[in-house]
Every structure is written in structure tokens, then in C-alpha cells.
Design a protein around this ligand. Structure first.
Ligand SMILES: [Zn+2]
Length: 287
């Protein structure tokens, strides 16, 4: 993903990048975060990604990107609350539902951005959207922003891909220390060290955060290899940059993000740990 033109921190870039697979993003995305400006910028970025016609999406230079950047694209709809108590109205949602089945005007995709959705969509309204989100027309993308995705109906939330944008440096110290152990495991020659460090993933409430910090430290290594400054852990970043080349670190980031997605899908955690250990080993040891 090309995030130039957007002032995203490394954690946001990591969260956004985790959405991309085979040059596509999911059709229903919930962006969660306490910083409204940041969640809206992420929504705009993803709308650009959806309509961009270049291979390196979003290119920020094509006509589609330009219009998306200026929030003036005919196929990107920013829902403005029209309801009585500052929420979205049923009439408005019906319009969106009907419109979603009509072909895009000029792009290959249509994007609907519903900001502050947790406060603006009642349970009834969420239910009205359910079928559309369950079986969306081709190339339609729904982006909801919110402060807490748990306020959505579980039926909606489970059909969306949720990303969390946190403020920098907001991870607990124990989360960071678990993440450091995993990186040390990658750098160690003993498989046991790595496997042991990964047992933390069985703590469901920690796993996602720990892997997020692992990605951040890996990015430090990448940064140092590109002549940039590390942001999370300078020492481990330095060790990574001495032990691995760029390609390897990028692969390590990729499997880490993969593991996060798998954890969100509630797969068997023991199998996941074994798989991840194998992948980390394969990448670190290959020539
Ligand atoms: Zn473009």
C-alpha cells in the first residue's frame, strides 16, 4: 500500500496494510479508534484504494485518486446524518441500499463511508443493512468508523473486518516485553526459545496487541535498513537489521499480520502457534 500524502503513524500503516490481500480490500470494514480525524483519514485512504486504477494502490496521482482525496468522487458516498437525533435516517439507508445495486458511475467500485456509525445507526438500521453486508453486490465497499466496534450488533461486526487504530505508545509494558521475547526468539538459534516466546498467544486478550508490537519492531529493522529512524525498539531493530535483509523482514511482517487475521477468526491457538513458529523459522533460516 502506498500511504504517501497521508500522515499515518507506523501502527496505522500496519493496520491498513493488514486489510490488503491480492490487491483488494474487504467489502465491509470497521475502523475503530478514539481519534476521529485519524479514523476518517483512514476511511478516505481506503476509499482511494478502492477506486484507484493504478497497480500501486492508491497511487495518489490518477484522476480517481484525486477526486477521492478531495472527497469529490461520484462513487464515494459520505453519509451525512439526516435523522432526527443526529443519526442516519431509515430513508437515507434505503437509498444507500438501493444505490449499492446500481453500477458505479466512473470507478470500478462504489464506496459508502458511514462515520461515527455506532452512534448514528440504531439496531433497526443495522439490521436493515445486514443483508447487503452479508451478500454485497460486486465491488461495493462499506466503511464504518467508530470509537468502539463492540457497540455494533454482533451480526454486523462478525461480517466486517475490524481494524483498530490506536494512539502511538499506548501498549502496556507487559505486551511490549512479550513482543520483545518473540523478536529475540526469531533472532535466536534455538527453536525452543521461539516456541516458548509464542506461548503468550494463548492469552486471547493479549495476542493481537503482542503481534502488533512485533510488527512495529520488525518495521524498526526495516527502517534501519532503509536509513530511517527506529520508532519502537532501537536495539532490537538494530539486531534485526544486522541479521536479516529487507525481503526477509517484509516476509516476517506478512506472516505476523496473517497470524493476527487468523486469531481474529478464532482458529485453534495451538495450531496457530506451531504454524507461526514454523513460518518464522523458515523465513529466518532461509538463505
Ligand atoms: Zn490512483
Amino acid at each position: 500500500m502506498n500511504t504517501s500524502g497521508f500522515d499515518f503513524d507506523s501502527r496505522t500503516i500496519s493496520a491498513l496494510s493488514s486489510l490488503e490481500s491480492d490487491g483488494r480490500i474487504p467489502h465491509a470494514i470497521i475502523i475503530e479508534g478514539s481519534d476521529r480525524e485519524k479514523t476518517l483519514a483512514a476511511a478516505k485512504f481506503l476509499s482511494m484504494y478502492a477506486v484507484c486504477t493504478s497497480e500501486q494502490k492508491p497511487c495518489a496521482v490518477c484522476n480517481q485518486c484525486h477526486k477521492a482525496m478531495n472527497a469529490a468522487h461520484a462513487d464515494i458516498y459520505y453519509a451525512q446524518p439526516e435523522g432526527k437525533s443526529g443519526g442516519y435516517s431509515i430513508k437515507q439507508l434505503r437509498k444507500i441500499i438501493d444505490d449499492a445495486y446500481i453500477k458505479p458511475n466512473e470507478a470500478d467500485a462504489k464506496v459508502y463511508i458511514l462515520a461515527d456509525a455506532e452512534n448514528r445507526l440504531s439496531a433497526v438500521q443495522q439490521n436493515a443493512l445486514l443483508k447487503l453486508i452479508e451478500e454485497p453486490p460486486k465491488n461495493v465497499v462499506f466503511i464504518f468508523t467508530c470509537e468502539n466496534s463492540r457497540n455494533f450488533l454482533i451480526t454486523i461486526r462478525s461480517r466486517c473486518t475490524v481494524i483498530r487504530l490506536r494512539n502511538e505508545h499506548s501498549f502496556d509494558e507487559d505486551v511490549c516485553s512479550f513482543a520483545r521475547k518473540i523478536i529475540e526468539g526469531m533472532l535466536s538459534s534455538k527453536e525452543y526459545d521461539l516456541l516458548k516466546s509464542l506461548t503468550v498467544l494463548s492469552k486471547k486478550d493479549k495476542a493481537d496487541d503482542v503481534l502488533s508490537v512485533v510488527t512495529l519492531i520488525l518495521r524498526d529493522g526495516l527502517m534501519l535498513l532503509s536509513g530511517g529512524k527506529p520508532k519502537t525498539d532501537a536495539e532490537l531493530g538494530r539486531q534485526l537489521s544486522l541479521s536479516f535483509n529487507k525481503r526477509k523482514i517484509m516476509e516476517l511482517i506478512e506472516v505476523t499480520e496473517d497470524a493476527k487475521t487468523k486469531i481474529a477468526q478464532y482458529i485453534n491457538i495451538n495450531l496457530l502457534t506451531t504454524w507461526l513458529c514454523g513460518e518464522y523459522r523458515r523465513i529466518s533460516w532461509q538463505r
